[in-house]
Design a protein around this ligand. Sequence first.
Ligand code: SIN
Length: 205
Amino acid sequence: MSFDTTNQNKSRQNLESFDEIWVFGYGSLIYKVDFPILEKRPASIRGWQRRFWQGSHDHRGTPEAPGRVVTLVEKEDAVCAGIAYRVSHDVFEHLDHREKNGYLRYEIDIDFDQNNDASNDASHKALNSITGLVYIGLESSEAFLGPASEPSIAAQIHQSIGPSGRNDEYVFRLAEGLRQLNEEDEHVFAIEKLLFELTGRSSNS
Ligand code: SIN
């Protein structure tokens, strides 16, 4: 089973039309930066919330036993914090492959977090917001699993493992990354807490 969106993403935006390209990361892109970046800034987007509603058939699960990873779900007044990376055009070759499990690239308004910013690029520090790109698995994505109770999401994650490792590791590393951004994400932290109970792990281990 494959939900490979690589080819679709290639033709979604004309990357050459961007003077500079920022990609907004809100999930594994917060803690796993396996691509070259030109600049990195804490940022947020409006009108979206993070939810463990996307299936992972390739990284944190398998086609037979998918794991769960985050996607974005529209919600009025919601603000979702993450990290914006300024990257060169060719990085999308790698990102499109990495995010191929049902995620499509969308244009999005990214607000830079001026109070939480160690950026040393003075020319960009003055910038408040910019149109960038983000990977989202919408309800129409074939890899979209949709809502479930937090205990059943945690139970599924607890059992899942894929080529990139254990699914619970994804949650622990994301929660840690969000704490470093001073972001209180109740959904992520509730699932992390349930996984601490299921694994016997604590926040210090
Ligand atoms: C993202 O991190 O921005 C997309 C979802 C993921 O790769 O976990």
